[in-house]
Design a protein. Structure first.
Ligand code: ATP
Length: 421
């Protein structure tokens, strides 16, 4: 069977992954076999989300009625029902539903009624609490198929420590990433010299390490020194896979969806209040604004290197008329010609302009020339992929260390150069 759970936490506490890990242990205690623990991130633009729009699914062998009972009892015990925005959902299915529902939930918006219709048609056991919105994520989790997948070990705090400052040794996190990158990523952000994998919210997570395989995340995890944890769970995930992206066309983008969009830079990038950088791209018919917000830090320097005529693929969520960049590919760079007065062929001195459209004149010998000297300005930007730093990365965004996305030919695994990271 597959057990799906979602929407159990609030900004004040709890975490659906922790609750899922507790359910897994209670099922094992009753001699059930937990074959897989899966953590899916859904559309990052859903406004109801508490933090990262996560939902979990457990692949379990055992008694379905008992498993449903234990899952519901655990949700009733641990979910933060006091929060208006916490609307848990628990689903138990014997076969996975059509993956179309998962794909819609990760790339678009779903209705509670659509989830209920799928569950009713399958004769599934399910329980939706309060407004039942959690049934969307719970159904999506059990319907998920992960053609690309990564892993995360989540280390959870002892309940007595929840809400107190976390004690995780930063130096050990830096050492863990150094020893295991690029097989693990986003433990720390080297360029910005900050720890990324330790949350600051009052939830049960102590830290999480993301990577390519269970063994790599374990290697990194074993290097981390911290307060005594309560439990730990390795999750198989859609994090870092770009599962949220659609191929989009300028002029045809839908609010709240995430895209790869091909276009030509139409305006010089401008830095506005707060350090946010914006520019537009066009496709000959329509324009769209692209934004690199202040938290994307050094990525904005790359964006500022764009000039009109550069051809790019902009990747990110379309919100309020802008693509909020997660990464971009510079496909081709425009020539940026600069002109200056030519050298006098007689005196080897630079001529001066003789007035608008009047050509150039040598002050020394009086020689004249019609055309300026044209120089190509060297570009600071090279073609290739550029991404936001780990501090600003979305859970679903595929980091370039996992391989450079090749839009036409699928993904290949050539590592990027450090310049392009
Ligand atoms: P938690 O740890 O509790 O999962 P979270 O940040 O992941 O916290 P939720 O509290 O689960 O966010 O809130 C997200 C809500 O949005 C859930 O009720 C989920 O069912 C719902 N949801 C998720 N994806 C979609 C979608 N694509 N369309 C509509 N609703 C969605």
């Amino acid at each position: 069977m597959l057990i799906g759970i979602d929407d159990t936490d609030s900004p004040q506490g709890m975490c659906t992954t922790y609750l899922g890990a507790v359910v897994a242990r209670r099922l094992i205690y009753e001699h059930m076999q937990v074959r897989e623990a899966r953590l899916v991130r859904l559309n990052p633009n859903v406004t109801y989300k508490t933090r990262g729009n996560a939902a979990v699914a457990l692949d379990v062998a055992g008694d379905t009625d008992r498993a449903f009972e234990i899952s519901c009892a655990t949700v009733e015990e641990l979910a933060d029902f006091a929060c208006d925005n916490t609307n848990p959902g628990v689903v138990v299915v014997e076969q996975p539903p059509d993956p179309g529902f998962y794909r819609q939930a990760v790339r678009d918006f779903c209705e509670i009624g659509d989830a209920v219709a799928i569950l009713d048609a399958m004769g599934a056991r399910y329980r939706g609490y309060k407004n039942r919105r959690g049934l969307i994520g719970a159904t999506a989790a059990v319907a998920s198929r992960l053609p690309d997948r990564t892993y995360e070990i989540l280390v959870y705090r002892q309940p007595v420590r929840w809400g107190t400052p976390r004690n995780v040794d930063s130096a050990s996190l830096f050492a863990a990433q150094e020893a295991t990158f690029p097989h693990t990523w986003d433990t720390i952000d080297e360029e910005n010299d900050v720890v990324v994998c330790v949350p600051h919210t009052p939830d049960p997570v102590l830290f999480g390490i993301r990577g390519e395989s269970p063994s790599w995340v374990m290697v990194a995890r074993s290097m981390v020194a911290s307060e005594e944890p309560a439990i730990e769970q390795i999750w198989i995930t859609n994090q870092g896979t770009d599962a949220h992206l659609l191929d989009g066309k300028i002029g045809n983008l839908k609010e709240g969806l995430s895209y790869r969009v091909h276009g030509t830079v139409a305006s010089v990038p401008l830095t506005g209040t707060g350090g946010h950088v914006s520019f537009t791209i066009h496709d000959g018919h329509h324009d769209v604004r692209c934004m690199a917000y202040e938290p994307t830090k050094g990525f904005r320097y790359r964006v500022r290197g764009l000039v009109p005529g550069d051809v790019v693929i902009a990747v990110g969520s379309y919100k309020k008329g802008s693509i909020n960049l997660e990464k971009m590919k510079v496909i081709s760079l425009a020539n940026v010609p600069a002109t200056r007065p030519p050298l006098c062929t007689m005196c080897n001195k630079r001529m001066t302009s003789d007035g608008k459209a009047k050509g150039y004149k040598c002050k020394k010998c009086g020689a004249r020339a019609g055309e300026p000297e044209v120089q190509e300005v060297p570009r600071v930007l090279a073609d290739g992929w550029y991404e936001v730093p780990p501090t600003a990365r979305r859970h679903l965004a595929k980091p370039l260390c996992r391989g450079v996305p090749d839009i036409k030919q699928g993904y290949h695994l050539a590592p990027p150069t450090s310049m392009q990271q």
